[in-house]
Design a protein around this ligand. Structure first.
Ligand code: CO
Length: 166
């Protein structure tokens, strides 16, 4: 069973490996990721956040579920931003500026190539999850002072829960 990984954990700072096998294991991983995402009231969850250094994420925005494998952004425009949360940073929201229209390419669970243009929340969520695959988290969007404050808090909460939890 996969488990949610919280910050600070070195896997969250690592660049994930491309998915090369489109098999039953990948299907099981995606299913478990959806369960963990929903149990934690998230709208997106990436491989590194469940301890897997693989380029896969799941998301559900505007009632559409996506399983995204080996994604890339081929075009971007617009600029906007919202207060983003992250299941690996419980209780923390960070305003992040991002393009609001993106053209993307990725594989589905069968290895089929998908091409889409995403807008607004769909685009923001996709970019947040793609960041995770490149080892980029909300911590990268914080000022130094705020980051060290938040890291101390997360560290303290982790110690209080005991190491087993994450
Ligand atoms: Co996140």
């Amino acid at each position: 069973m996969l488990k949610l990984v919280r910050y600070p954990d070195p896997i969250l700072d690592s660049v994930a490996e491309p998915v090369t096998e489109f098999n039953d294991e990948l299907i099981n991983i995606a299913n478990e990721m959806f369960i963990i995402m929903k149990n934690n009231n998230g709208i997106g969850l990436s491989g590194p956040q469940v301890g897997l250094s693989k380029r896969i994420f799941v998301m559900e925005t505007n009632r559409v579920q996506r399983i995204v494998v080996n994604p890339k952004i081929t075009n971007k425009s617009g600029l906007g931003g919202i207060e983003e949360g992250c299941l690996s940073f419980p209780g923390i929201n960070v305003k992040v500026s991002r393009p609001t229209i993106i053209s993307v390419e990725y594989s589905d669970l069968s290895g089929n190539n998908i091409v889409e243009t995403l807008y607004a929340l769909d685009a923001i969520c996709f970019q947040h999850e793609l960041d995770h695959l490149d080892g980029i988290t909300l911590a990268n969007y914080l000022s130094k002072t705020v980051r060290s404050y938040i890291m101390k808090r997360l560290e303290r909460e982790r110690n209080e829960r005991g190491e087993q939890d994450s």
